[in-house]
Design a protein around this ligand. Structure first.
Ligand code: UN1
Length: 478
């Protein structure tokens, strides 16, 4: 079945001429949805609606906002199977991962239903007698949310839920490959009773994103996507002094030390590098291995990688779904080529696969014996491609882990308390994982990176209040 998508503006489904198709990457004969392409007119209408809805929403009892978010969370949960199916069909992650992501989105709404009720201001003792000082946390206004295709419901949820919880209104622009999943979320938010204009959806390409970024009435922008586009988003926002938050790429290292449990190290690398078809900004893309365990580790990694079942995302036996699009598959294959031309050894996978149905399949690639400065170890691939680097000892591993422009997530597999402690304190990354894959985060814990990975503050958990509220300082004399 092919859905026909609409925008949601001012509480109404707004149709437009079909401008694009969202295809099932496991079977490109299957058109998941046809969607309209919004432009400046739709963005203007959505922002005007969000602006008009803002005062009453910001003023509403926190209980009203909490109830809406809780209901959205419960509704998503009740439909997890159907939404997971849609997500996996549209994005290509396995059905287990798709349903898991839907549950994550539901729980994010429920978490922020609680946060809406929490008081985030502080009281202070003035140094002057008879005076009280306090800080309030107020809603900011209209937030523009520009979200990627790789977590098509969880990322819109973790931006929209805190925005709404703290009294802001929203205009969401989802990524072009996955509009149907975002549309399903928007429909649920409306069904659950969001007042008109509180949550708006405008579907379209980069022009919609640009119109949101440049709109004078958009007070803040939260973006997850590539570094190149992120830089443009920041430039546009800063020019007109809007708040801006960016989550961009990673080149996340996983360090494996001689004393690591081998099975655990391989499991961390397989999950971190290949689950979600490697399409996670937190994916482990460089595995840095000390020489005492190196050969055993690479051999076991190659064996596990070769045994992974690549296939249709909706087949429960599939472990690795397709890549999201043809252009992304091309990019992955190009990096495999570049890596081998630079001297890396293709030890597993790295081939385009033909299945019964036409789709974007490739075998998970392990590129061994790479040098730290190769392009494969500096540029984000965003696919099921991992490289390994052999090092002498922990110090060399840490130095290599800290190279490059990114700093999102970093992992270490070791039983050494000394090295794990040193790594936690000295690795240049916003998130550190000890004896865990670099990817796979909790829904209620702050998320974000350092250097070129993130900009403008942390998302999620208790940190979200910083971005989605502004502080007011109040002095009162009795
Ligand atoms: C995860 O590792 O569980 O776009 C989440 C991304 C990240 C989310 C990763 N923002 O891949």
């Amino acid at each position: 079945m092919t859905d026909t998508l609409t925008h949601f503006i001012a509480g109404e489904a707004v149709a437009g001429a079909a401008a694009g198709e969202s295809l099932n990457p496991s079977n490109t004969n299957d058109v998941v949805a046809r969607y309209p392409a919004g432009g400046k007119a739709e963005v203007d209408a959505a922002v005007a609606a969000a602006r008009a809805a803002f005062p009453a929403w910001a003023d509403a009892s926190p209980e009203v906002r909490s109830d809406l978010l809780d209901k959205v969370g419960s509704t998503i949960m009740a439909r997890a199977k159907e939404l997971g199916q849609l997500l996996s069909r549209e994005e290509g992650k396995t059905i287990a991962e798709g349903t898991g992501e839907v549950m994550r989105a539901a729980r994010i709404f429920k978490y922020f239903a609680g946060e809406a009720l929490r008081r985030h201001g502080r009281t202070l003792d003035s140094t002057r007698p008879g005076i009280d000082a306090a800080t309030y946390r107020e809603a900011v206004g209209v937030f523009g949310l520009v979200t990627p295709w790789n977590f098509p419901i969880a990322i819109p949820a973790w931006k929209a839920a805190p925005a709404l919880a703290f009294g802001n209104t929203v205009v969401l622009k989802p990524a072009s490959p996955t509009p149907a999943t975002a549309h399903a979320l928007a429909a649920i938010i409306h069904e659950c009773g969001a007042p008109a204009g509180v949550f708006n959806l405008v579907i379209g390409d980069g022009k919609v994103g640009q119109a949101i970024v440049d709109h004078e009435e958009v007070d803040g922008i939260s973006f997850t996507g590539s570094q190149g586009i992120g830089a443009r988003v920041a430039e546009g926002a800063v020019k007109r002094q809007a708040r801006v938050q960016l989550e961009m790429g990673g080149k996340n290292p996983l360090v494996v030390l001689d004393d690591a449990d081998l099975d655990r190290a391989v499991a961390c690398a397989i999950d971190g590098a290949f689950y979600g078809t490697g399409q996670r900004c937190t994916a482990s893309s460089r595995v840095i291995v000390t020489e005492g365990i190196h050969d055993r580790f690479v051999e076991a990694l190659v064996e596990r990688a070769r045994a992974l079942r690549v296939g249709d995302a909706l087949d429960p036996a599939t472990q690795i779904g397709p890549v999201v699009s043809d252009s992304q598959l091309e990019q992955n294959m190009r990096y495999v080529r570049i890596a081998t031309e630079e001297g890396g050894r293709l030890a597993a996978g790295g081939e385009r696969l033909e299945m019964t149905n036409p789709g974007y399949f490739m075998s998970p690639a392990v590129i061994a014996d790479t040098a730290p400065d190769m392009r494969i170890n500096s540029e984000e691939v965003f696919g099921p491609v991992v490289s390994t680097v052999r090092v002498k000892d922990y110090d060399e591993a840490l130095a290599i882990a800290n190279r490059g422009q990114f700093g999102l997530s970093a992992g270490i597999v070791t039983n050494s308390l000394k090295h794990s402690r040193h790594f936690r304190r000295n690795v240049r990354a916003g998130m550190v994982m000890v004896n865990l894959p670099t990817a796979g985060v909790d829904y209620h814990v702050p998320f974000g990176g350092t250097r070129k990975s993130s900009y403008g503050g942390r998302e999620q958990g208790f940190a979200a209040v910083e971005f989605y509220t502004q502080m007011k300082t109040v002095y009162v004399a009795g």
